[in-house]
Write a new protein. Structure first.
Length: 262
């Protein structure tokens, strides 16, 4: 396990391989609401031998301290401070769901920190289903976990995979989940994303019911340098459901926009 300190909190992150500046700028993965860095494990393993890669447990998630935040802007500034703590000035940020909202806000607020952007299973607006918000507000973490897991995967996924996802989600503190979902529900940059000027890769599972394909198409059509990959047979957790496809698509994108040292 790797840890650093950000704003007085111990922050955990996973790496694909020991970090070294010899391999150029880092690729940083950011999970979604109620998630952890483990959701990027297949990408770290695949990309780690070629690029510096890391995936963070946001505050209050996984092994990181804290209880999380209640706005995307607070998560945005945490991510900026994490990059500072790790000595990473310019990077490729890849975010899933709420993580995609966070990295969009980085692109809009701190564009000089970015080389390129990956937006996976996300949108320019992230309204949360009222049933999920109600479950969390009543302290029913198990109920929220069941709802999220039922909608987060494609129908072809093994039931054991869905159950494992629900179990992991249910480990969250209710304060963390409420903050995450309130942050998502208030997020809306639909009128702003035309200002994102770095290359962007948009990835969406064809069967995504939480951030459907129309969200991804909106991102691709409104971010000037965006490309779109829709992955058949995958839902919202596309990077876990179809890791080989996601790895291939991200690798191609990085080869286009990150120059490996000679």
């Amino acid at each position: 396990m790797a840890f650093t300190t950000v704003n007085g909190l111990g922050i955990h992150y996973g790496v694909g391989a020991p970090l070294t500046s010899a391999r150029g700028p880092a690729v940083v993965f950011v999970h979604g609401a109620g998630g952890t860095q483990e959701q990027w494990r297949f990408q770290l393993r695949h990309l780690g031998p070629r690029w510096d890669t890391l995936a963070v447990d946001l505050p209050g998630h996984g092994e990181s301290q804290g209880t999380g935040y209640r706005t995307i802007e607070e998560y945005r500034d945490f991510l900026r401070d994490l990059l500072d703590a790790l000595g990473i000035f310019r990077t490729v940020l890849v975010g899933h769901s709420m993580g995609g909202a966070i990295v969009q806000k980085i692109a809009l607020t701190y564009p000089d920190r970015l080389i390129a952007l990956g937006l996976v299973g996300t949108g320019a607006r992230l309204r949360v289903h009222p049933d999920i918000l109600a479950s969390v507000r009543h302290g029913d973490v198990q109920g929220a976990a069941q709802l999220i897991s039922r909608w987060a995967y494609s129908e072809g996924v093994l039931s054991a995979t869905v159950a494992q996802g629900a179990e992991a989600f249910a480990r969250n503190m209710v304060e963390t989940l409420e903050g995450d979902f309130l942050a998502c529900d208030a997020f809306d940059v639909m009128q702003e994303i035309g200002r994102i000027q770095v290359p962007a890769l948009v990835v969406c599972g064809e069967d995504d019911r939480l951030t459907p394909v129309k969200y991804a198409r909106f991102l691709q059509q409104n971010i000037p340098q965006a490309s779109l990959a829709i992955i058949p047979g995958a839902g919202h957790m596309v990077m876990l459901e179809k890791p080989m496809d996601v790895n291939r698509i991200i690798s191609t994108f990085l080869e286009q926009h990150l120059h490996l040292p000679a």
